[in-house]
Design a protein around this ligand. Structure first.
Ligand SMILES: [Cu+2]
Length: 207
């Protein structure tokens, strides 16, 4: 029976022990009274703390914005460098823009990025009507070229004609030497009536 008594005794002891926390709970109320003045003080402390928190948050916000700007600039440089690498691979300047093929209503150059210099290339008319090839140097977009009766005003402002030649009959070809020694944007275009408006041009970049 001692074996059964001892667990009971232990359980009795265990049952006897709870009153201690209860006593602590009973001591609680005075503590609440003790906390009461603190609670009156706390709002100020909280206000002070929230002020400090605001200051810290503001500082953090500034820091994060600076970091964001830093990340933004680094992020913008990353695509920039990617663009540089892609442009260098895609736009390795060719020695010549030609051969140049004319048709209704397209100017097709073998290369659209050419190394600066005097270049010689062949032009052929693969179309069924007459065409010509003019070369202009201009910073203007093709859509901004000066017009005269709907065609490019060849002596108009903002463009410089650097190459002209005889019209090409269908099936004809000619060899042309053009001065592309100044880096910039050039327009290879057919300016027979209505052909430029029909989109018969190609932009060539000289580097
Ligand atoms: Cu044409």
């Amino acid at each position: 029976m001692t074996t059964t008594d001892s667990p009971l005794a232990q359980s009795d002891n265990a049952m006897a022990s709870p009153p201690e926390p209860l006593e602590e709970l009973q001591r609680g109320p005075p503590r609440k009274d003790f906390h009461a003045p603190l609670e009156r003080v706390r709002p100020r402390a909280i206000r002070f703390d929230s002020c400090r928190v605001r200051c810290v948050l503001a500082t953090l916000a500034v820091l994060f914005s600076l970091i964001a700007v830093g990340c933004g600039s680094s992020a913008s440089t990353a695509p920039g460098s990617a663009l540089t690498t892609s442009s260098t691979t895609a736009a390795t300047p060719a020695a010549s823009p030609g051969p140049v093929t004319l048709s209704e209503f397209k100017v097709q150059t073998a290369a659209t990025t050419v190394a600066a210099g005097k270049v010689t290339f062949q032009i052929s008319n693969a179309g069924k009507v007459q065409h010509e090839l003019l070369v202009f140097k201009s910073d203007l977009a093709p859509s901004a070229y000066p017009l005269k009766d709907g065609n490019i005003d060849e002596e108009g402002p903002g463009i410089t004609k650097v190459s002209d030649g005889d019209n090409l009959d269908p099936g004809a070809s000619q060899t042309r030497t053009a001065d592309l020694s100044h880096p910039g944007t050039y327009l290879f275009v057919c300016n027979l009536p209505g052909h430029f408006k029909a989109g018969m041009y190609q932009v060539v970049t000289v580097k």
